[in-house]
Design a protein around this ligand. Structure first.
Ligand code: PGA
Length: 252
């Protein structure tokens, strides 16, 4: 089985000093396990402080977003080389809040994926349907479209560096996670469509679930071998609940 990845997406929470406290609290109680990889995604301004604290640990630094350009007149943006130099390993791309609040298009997301890979940042590509799309039975076609456009122009070998996060929009921040069956069904669909499109082994693609993951439902979700980890929002802002989720993800 693939190593599970648990990413804490802090969103727009924590100042630099608060970020240092949270990371120190995580480090106090986290016991690494070979079956799980832990990653945290603080806001941009806290990356450097987080990087210093994580330098001698196995916890991977992650950015919440990236610009598709390497440098230039792009006020307010942060480039892939900047993220590399500060110590980022992963970058979240195409989160539903970026898509729906900030109007990121599939084309923008595709450019960011290419830019990240050019600079050896590993993308965590988020895909997911809205409630009305699920109700209209469009879940599979929406996901298929997001995968196809998001990954357009990549080669099969690039897929080994990509993690897909299935995050149904209706489950994010609502306290209503997908059921095991709902998540496992979409994960299987993601795997088979990537295998079909890229000719890769479906078991080699890491697909994590996101949307109201908590210590209360993580065990249920991790029952499925289809679920290779979690992208955690609210529950990652507390060291105990975040570390508990990581612990529930371990396997022998
Ligand atoms: P949530 O957020 O765990 O608070 O639902 C998940 C996410 O947006 O990645």
């Amino acid at each position: 089985m693939l190593r599970r990845l648990i990413v804490g997406n802090w969103k727009m929470h924590k100042t630099i000093s608060q970020a240092e406290s949270l990371i120190n609290d995580i480090l106090k109680i986290y016991q690494p396990h070979p079956s799980v990889e832990l990653a945290v995604a603080p806001p941009f301004v806290a990356l450097q402080a987080a990087s210093r604290l994580l330098a001698v640990t196995s916890i991977k630094l992650t950015a919440q977003n990236v610009c598709a350009k390497d440098e230039g007149a792009f006020t307010g943006e942060i480039s892939p080389p900047m993220l590399r130099e500060v110590g980022c390993h992963y970058v979240i791309i195409g989160h539903s809040e970026r898509r729906h609040i900030f109007g990121e298009t599939d084309q923008d997301i595709n450019e960011k994926i290419h830019a990240a890979l050019r600079h050896s940042l590993l993308p965590v590509l988020c895909v997911g349907e809205r409630l009305e799309e699920r109700q209209a039975n469009q879940t599979q076609s929406i996901i298929q479209h997001q995968l196809q456009t998001g990954l357009d122009g990549l080669q099969s070998k690039d897929l080994a560096h990509i993690t897909i996060a299935y995050e149904p929009v209706w489950a994010i921040g609502t306290g209503h996670a997908a059921t095991l069956d709902q998540a496992a069904e979409v994960h299987a669909h993601i795997r088979s469509s990537l295998a079909k499109q890229w000719g890769i082994n479906p078991d080699q693609t890491r697909v994590v679930y996101g949307g109201s993951v908590s210590p209360d439902n993580a065990q249920m979700l991790f029952q499925s071998p289809q679920i290779n980890g979690a992208l955690v929002g609210k529950a990652c802002l507390n060291s105990e609940s975040f570390v508990k989720i990581a612990k529930l993800a371990t396997s022998d």
